[in-house]
Design a protein around this ligand. Sequence first.
Ligand SMILES: Nc1ncnc2c1ncn2[C@@H]1O[C@H](COP(=O)(O)OP(=O)(O)O)[C@@H](O)[C@H]1O
Ligand SMILES: [Mg+2]
Length: 412
Amino acid sequence: MTSTEPTDAVGSGPVGAPPTVDEVMSVLSNVIDPELGADIVSLGMVPSVEVGTDGIVTVEIKLTISGCPMRAEIKKEVESRVELHPGVIDTKIVWGEMNADERTEVMTKARWNARENAAETMVPANCNVLAIASGKGGVGKSSVTVNLAAALAAAGHTVGVLDADIWGFSVPRLLGIDTRLEAEHVEGSDKPLIIPNERRVGDGVLKVVSTGFLVDEDTALMWRGLMLTKAVEQFLRDVQWGELDYLLIDMPPGTGDVQMGLARMLPSTDLIVVTTPALAAQKVAQRAADMAKRSFLRVVGVIENMSSFTDHHGDEHALFGVGGGEALAAQIDAPLLGRVPIEPAVSAGGDAGEPVALDGTGPAAEVFRSIATTIADELAPARAADDIDMAGCSARLFDSVNKAFDALDAQA
Ligand SMILES: Nc1ncnc2c1ncn2[C@@H]1O[C@H](COP(=O)(O)OP(=O)(O)O)[C@@H](O)[C@H]1O
Ligand SMILES: [Mg+2]
């Protein structure tokens, strides 16, 4: 309906007095940005509205990026809603683009909204949720997940491990657990809850959930009918996690919808991106960071896995290239948490169900333990049950994610 020349030649002129600016604003506050999940007024996307005496309403709308794919949808919504007013004869939209600061602010608001509207989960509010992601499979996500979980538990923490790789699960084998999951009636819940499998590690404990534990044929059938995201949601909602300092999530390779689902249910989730040292792999890994950005998750670190292998003569062999971790970390402005060398002990530990980070003495074990220490000391210190992370909503946290997006824009 937008046109530069309003035509009331066919007798479709304003039927009443034009609306006030406030009236237009309140109508616009019903327009939801489909991607950001909040209304365009409270997101600060409408810096000005003008109402002419001729019944023409001019709305200025600032998009997060000018090429925003939601633009057409927003336009349609704005026009149809504003033109419901009998005093409006036409709507003009003046498009603008946010600067970096405005974008950061809008992301913060969106993240805050996501948190406010988050679906209920059984994951305690003080739990640090870390999702281990990568652009593709086979880079060592699952190995990284179980080794970090084991090292954190060995340091005395209570660590949940959620195997979100629903069809490609490997966590049960890597942790040497094959007990079937049981459901139990828990006080305060109207339905039975799944009790995670537990494994004590030093002073800490691992609480593990994976579809690999649902071996019963009927249960497997039930799961087969579910979508990936639904399965993950169910693990967050119907598992009696109990107390948790950390929840580590082994993400399926490259599926954006699981990240979106996570962002909706656990908006405080932080992402750790795993990449191999190959410079080409870094581009793939960046897709994971890109998806994080779109779902308002922040990337707190990069781990390079399968870094150079050192033989028994002490000679290094960069089997999968050099520099991928550093390059990705620089590109998305997130710290490189560590470089885990290729070491037969990593896969042997996986086959034996004994993560090398537990009692291993080689360099890989040491790197895993040192990353766990960085997580516990710097990135995500364990919190008391009543200490809920408000800092997670500060604009600062979006900086690195913003830079990742800017880098992507530059590439496009
Ligand atoms: N640092 C490493 N050194 C040696 N083998 C590794 C290392 N990291 C992973 N692997 C092996 O590589 C394979 C893929 O790892 P995995 O953790 O299953 O990757 P993903 O979960 O990303 O698909 C496994 O066989 C694993 O044992
Ligand atoms: Mg895996």
